[in-house]
Write a protein that binds this ligand. Structure first.
Ligand code: ZN
Length: 244
């Protein structure tokens, strides 16, 4: 079975289309979307339509909840809150209904997926270091081998160890074959923050046990142009070019 994992699309249609196109040659059996389909970007409704025609395996992110009034915007920084309000005013009724109904977790065989953290999906904590990730391994069953997360917009691979609880596995452009339980951050399709502006996504093959974090270029100038035309905060448009 081959999984295609997408996270944090954030209303960036150009990045999403480039990712879906790249995944068509990857022989994917199940697509999973880890949430934050909307927020920040200029095409929330179009991205929702793409996602719901791609897969029914979709979970909610904090920006999805914010866009339907389920999360207090006081928890967001100024630019994120402004973009969330912009999104809220533009969502179609169908889009709003769809986002309100999304679950917080996805489980399929040995695979678990949450937007932020398996211990408290509804609190949206940021898992950045092996120390923060270590205790997360106790929050889901031993027979769940892989937990996919998003939220930080930074691809990362954390492996369970008996000695320290968790270690970070160095990423390269080759697949990682994992032997122990792991928590994998799929990065972000629509607003990467690891210094690489290309869209990020993951392919997981359960037969080979290989997980690959992949990147694809997209036409980010078009997305930036749309954001500026829409009056979204300039900082949000500029950061796409830096991948920060
Ligand atoms: Zn996000």
């Amino acid at each position: 079975m081959r999984y295609g994992i997408l996270s944090d699309v954030h209303g960036n249609l150009e990045a999403l289309d480039a990712t879906i196109e790249a995944l068509t040659s990857d022989r994917i059996d199940v697509f999973v979307c880890l949430g934050d389909i909307v927020g920040y970007g200029p095409d929330p409704n179009e991205c929702l339509e793409r996602i719901w025609s791609l897969t029914s395996e979709v979970i909610a992110g904090n920006h999805d909840h914010a866009a339907v009034g389920r999360l207090d915007l006081a928890t967001f920084n100024h630019n994120a809150a402004e973009a969330a309000l912009w999104t809220m005013q533009r969502l179609t009724r169908t889009g709003r209904h769809y986002l309100s109904e999304l679950p917080l977790t996805f489980r399929h065989g040995e695979v678990l997926a949450v937007h932020a953290a398996p211990s408290h999906p509804e609190r949206w904590p940021y898992l950045l270091s092996p120390e923060q990730v270590a205790s997360e391994f106790r929050s889901f069953p031993e027979d769940t081998r892989v937990c996919f997360v998003g939220h930080t917009h930074t691809p990362a691979f954390f492996e369970h160890t008996h000695e320290t609880g968790c270690r970070r596995v160095r990423l390269s452009d080759r697949p990682v074959r994992f032997e122990r339980r792991c928590i994998v951050n799929a990065g972000s399709v629509g607003q990467p923050r690891d210094g690489d502006p290309r869209a990020a996504y993951v392919v997981y093959d359960t037969d080979t046990g290989e997980i690959e974090i992949k990147r694809v270029c997209y036409d980010l100038q078009t997305t930036q142009k749309k954001m500026r035309r829409a009056g979204l905060p300039e900082m949000l448009a500029a950061r796409l070019g830096q991948g920060r």
